[in-house]
Ligand binder design. Structure first.
Ligand SMILES: NC(=O)c1ccc[n+]([C@@H]2O[C@H](COP(=O)([O-])OP(=O)(O)OC[C@H]3O[C@@H](n4cnc5c(N)ncnc54)[C@H](OP(=O)(O)O)[C@@H]3O)[C@@H](O)[C@H]2O)c1
Length: 411
């Protein structure tokens, strides 16, 4: 029987401990658990508790390290040491994985260890292994989804119960969905990390954090919500990544979604992923994106793969897609702002709808991804509302029939 060193015993770590006890998993067993604080009451016996992650990594009897701590820098240190020590490694930390994906996958290959991170993307939804394994030989045309339960919970409360943003955020914090500092969730960073991880499995590309545009839901105001409601739309925080003619581009933006879109029905802390594949067509995965047992369930799935020495395929890395030039990607966005100087900053390629009043401007039109990235810091500072309509173009490329069909279906 393999021996596990579990590092971190909070929401995820305890969920895994209880899950393994309850299922009576026979191929591996937790030998030691490392935590930080000596004062907290624990549900595991004292004799297996340790207060140093290194002690577990250095223990020659431990074969597998499972890391579920809340500190991305310390987690990276644990990841490197574990892999270099030749031990298989499972993590739940999306920020750490997304930030160091290229280094860690190379290191794992070099040291011939299995490195898995299913729970880091959409909790219990088996999206990493589905894209990596089931779709290994299938061209992926797009992935779009709701990858962050906290922001989705807030948006659900705003749309379904007419709560104000601040009230909905406070409720999410009181229920333990949102952190005291909610920036990673409501600012669109957390879904961006997940998008970066999926980009490797779906398209074979390593994207850097700073190369992927992310806007959150923190700048949306009542007028934007009313605009959506009047058109029978909802606003969702949607990470999306597209492949057109071998060129890949992705971003995280609030997006208007209509009833015809599967994402319209994804409410509260749930997650959902729309997959558009070249031959299989459209598929939709839906489930719990976080929480103690759902996340532990994804870790347990990784554990069984690791015990059987099954790593990810990374098939798409053999012939990776090219990352598209941002200047050639035009995204249609709705914008709303009070300072008229913002219109120049936005530099629309063309405006498709506009409302000018003495108090504000509300303009919808196509902007290049490059321009949006260049001025994102100004738009965030000025609290400009930015919401994607779901339409986009890749100029200079023969637009594929499939993408046109996809757009028609969603219209
Ligand atoms: N919660 C979810 O639903 C969820 C879903 C998907 C992914 N994740 C990811 O899973 C990871 C863990 O999340 P969580 O919610 O379980 O966190 P959590 O409840 O805050 O628990 C964190 C645990 O890590 C321990 N810890 C922190 N630094 C440590 C260190 N340097 N060495 C040893 N132990 C250390 C803490 O020790 P003490 O107990 O002594 O404080 C605590 O037991 C995060 O990366 C998170 O993003 C969580």
């Amino acid at each position: 029987m393999k021996k596990i060193g579990l590092i971190g015993f909070g929401c995820v770590g305890q969920g895994l401990y209880l899950l393994l006890n309850s299922t009576g998993y026979e191929k591996a067993q937790i030998k030691s658990i490392a935590v930080k604080s000596k004062d907290k009451p624990r549900i595991a016996p004292n004799e297996i508790l340790r207060y140093s992650a290194d002690e577990l990594i250095d223990d020659p009897e431990i074969d597998i390290i499972i890391e579920a701590i809340d500190d991305a820098d310390a987690a990276f240190d644990i990841a490197r040491k574990t892999i270099v020590a030749g031990k298989d490694f499972i993590t739940a930390n999306k920020k750490m994985v997304a930030t160091h994906l290229e280094e860690l996958t190379a290191l794992a290959q070099l040291n011939n260890v299995v490195f898995r991170y299913e729970s880091a993307v959409c909790g219990a939804i088996p999206i990493v292994q589905t894209i990596d394994n089931y779709f290994a030989y299938e061209p992926i045309l797009s992935l779009r989804g709701i990858f962050n339960g906290t922001s989705n919970y807030i948006l659900s409360k705003i749309f379904n119960e007419k709560l104000e943003y601040r009230v909905a955020l406070k409720q999410a914090q009181d229920l333990g969905f949102a952190e005291t500092d909610p920036t990673a969730d409501v600012g669109g960073y957390d879904p961006k990390y997940k998008l970066i991880i999926l980009a490797l499995h779906a398209f074979g590309v390593y994207l850097a954090n700073e190369d992927v545009l992310n806007f959150g839901i923190d700048s949306l105001n009542k007028e934007d919500i009313d605009f959506a409601r009047e058109r029978n739309l909802k606003i969702k925080l949607v990470p999306s990544i597209y492949q057109i003619d071998g060129k890949v581009f992705g971003y995280v933006l609030p997006e208007f979604v209509s009833e015809k879109d599967n994402l319209y029905q994804v409410e509260n802390e749930f997650n959902g992923v729309n997959i558009e594949a070249g031959f299989a067509g459209a598929q939709f995965l839906y489930g719990r994106g976080a929480g103690s047992f759902p996340t532990a369930s994804a870790v347990a799935s990784d554990l069984d793969h690791v015990v059987n020495k099954r790593g990810y395929f990374y098939q798409k890395k053999i012939k990776p897609s090219t990352v598209a030039d941002d200047a050639n990607i035009l995204i249609e966005v709705y914008t709303r702002f009070t300072n008229e100087a913002i219109q120049k900053v936005l530099a629309f390629e063309n405006v498709t709808e506009g409302l000018f009043t003495e108090d504000f401007r509300q303009l919808t039109g196509y902007i290049s991804l490059k321009q949006l990235k260049n001025v994102a810091h100004i738009l965030k500072r000025e609290k400009v509302s930015i919401i994607a309509t779901g339409r986009r173009k890749l100029i200079g490329q023969k637009t594929t029939e499939k993408i046109l069909e996809q757009e028609k279906r969603r219209a």
